[in-house]
Structures are given as structure tokens and as C-alpha cells.
Design a protein around this ligand. Sequence first.
Ligand code: SAH
Length: 368
Amino acid sequence: MENDTTLPAFPFPAYGLTHEEWQTALKEVFGQPRFRADQIFKSLYKEAASGWEAFTTLPAPLRQTLAGQAPIEAMRIVEAIPSQDGTVKLLFACASDGERIESVLIPSKDRMTQCISTQAGCNFRCAFCASGRLGKTRDLTTAEIVAQVMEAVRFLSGREGTFTRPSNLVVMGMGEPFDNYDNVLKALKILNAQKGLDVGARHITISTCGVVPGIRRLAGEGLQFELSVSLHAPNQDLRKGLMPVSRRWPLEELIPACAEYTRATGRLVTFEYTLIRQINDQPRHADELIALLRALPCKVNLIPLSPVEGFAGRRPDNASCLAFLDRLMRAKIPTTMRNSRGGDVDAACGQLRLRRLATSSGEGGNTP
Ligand code: SAH
């Protein structure tokens, strides 16, 4: 039954395999009983072991084999930059080719949220987003997506002196998750697995710029992940100008796809709306947004623009942001405003990597 999993060729990264794939690999590749998958998952995810010598429940010869065949390190933290507000920006290098990506830890009263990346760069080129400025270098592998979280677990556990993991994951770092659908979904299933790190599905949010086939595909998976859609404009004309993705999948296809997601999963979609002074923050924009979303059970999350180089738009003043929020609330649309965190460490989308790339040309690397 489980034998229908097609196994990758070894050596293969340890974080790239689901529990079922480990069972099959142990039996068919390593000639071991399948229950060792439980032992491996426990050490990998519940103890965050970083080397096979720590897997003391396994026989020594198997540990040695796996050390050669299933490397654990897929990502290395090259910099951890704390912000005054408690946010920590993690800059990663991929073990295979040194590609730089980033992730952010965002503590709040009762949670520790980690924002993770899915691609090095991004091809979608939203006007206000730093991640897309340089295009996409490559997709991250499943193991690289999982490793961002496991390196963060080691970072947090080292800091706290006891095993500590992010309670919530948001897929809102660099890249478009639905442009790397298979690797992202597999990574999230691995991080969600009860025998592993066990981050609850409802504590995992996938954010898309509006890749309609991805939304429809996720709707059919029978999973409970939260879906966020980066909307940023209340009409097609304005959205086309800010987000080229809207030319391919216009609002008139995007909104019905969101409705289908809600129908299929019973989960509300959250619309992200970056407020840009004069461009999309006026009362008439709020009214258009209300009309657009009227028939759809949803939430709205407002994000005052983080200024980025190369985009002339500006952040609205607080009063306009609050007025926009108020107008939506009066129309009975549940709305929150994200107070920008980590501004002093360039924690907004892709900013750190962009700055490093801009300042590191000609140097050997970024390690401080
Ligand atoms: N590609 C996915 C996930 C990454 S972006 C998506 O588009 O949803 C994460 C969120 O940050 C998106 O809502 C994005 O539009 C927003 N964002 C990007 N640059 C921003 C900026 N300069 N200020 C405020 N929000 C920004």
C-alpha cells in the first residue's frame, strides 16, 4: 500500500522525506524495519538532532550509512539580526550552492510565528516588493523549506535553553508558494506531521499573490491550511498596474477561486492589502473593496507599505490607515492591521537579501 511512494535516489536530504517515504526507504533501500521511521522522525523533529551520531536509538552501522546517504544540513544560518521589537531576521545560505534566502521570527504574547521563504527571488514582480526585483534564481527544495524551520528550532532552543519551536508558520517570505507548489506542500505536510514537529495545519498560512490554479488545487487537497491572498487593490485596473500576475489571472477569476476555497474547506480566506498613499488608501477604494468582497466570507489584513527602493509609493499616515480600517469594520468585514515589525532590520519581504546583494558584489561573502 505504502509501496506506491516513488523514492528519490540516495544520497537524499533527510528533511526531504515524509514519514511514509522514510518507512519505504528503510525497508527497500537500507534493509531495515519500517518502525525505524518513527525513531528517525523523533530525533529529527522532536529533538532537532543535527547529526546522525545523535540518533542513539538506531544501530551504529545504520547511523553511519545514513550519515553518508541522508545529510541533515540543508541550510546554514549566516546571520541572525535581532530587531528592537523582538523580531529576529535569519539570513540563510543553502548548503548546496550558497544561495541566500531569509526568514523572520516574530514573537508575540502567546505565539512565535516564523515567516519562511519558498524561492530564491521571485518571478512575479509586484511593484512594491523587493523580492521580485531581481527575478527568481531557483525554487527551494522541500528539504530547504523544512530546514529553515528546523534551523530556527535550533536557534530558539539554544537561546531559551529548552526545546522551543515556532508555534505558527506563515509562508510569506521570498517567493510565490504556488510557483513551487509540490515542494511547498510536501514541506508543510512534513512540518505538520504529528510524529514530527507537529505544527497544526490551522497554524500554517500560505500566502499567494493570486495564482488561481494553485488556489483551486489547494482547495481540492482536503487540508486545513490557512489561505492568504495578496489583493492590494479593489479593482482590476489598479491591480494590473501593481501586480503583473493580475494580467494572467484577473480579479474576475481570482475572487471565484477564493469562494471555491472557502466552500471546499470551510476556511475563511484572508486578503492582504498593502496601503499605499493616494494609490489605494482612499475612502472610495475602501468602498470598492467592500463591494468586491461583499458576497465572500473573508477577513482583511491591512499592511501599511514598507518603503522599498525602486518604488515611488509611500506609506499613508496613521489617520488614513485607521480610517480605511474603520470603513471596512463598519461594513462588517473583519479587518486587522498588521503593525509593521522589524523595520530596523529590513524584515519586510526580500529587503535584507536585496541590500546584501547590492553591497556584497566583489566580496567573498556576507558572513560577519
Ligand atoms: N508571494 C506571496 C508571498 C510573499 S509576499 C504573496 O504575494 O502573497 C508576503 C506579503 O508581503 C504579500 O502580501 C506582499 O504583497 C507583501 N509585501 C511585499 N512587499 C511589501 C512592502 N514593501 N510593504 C508591505 N507589504 C509588502
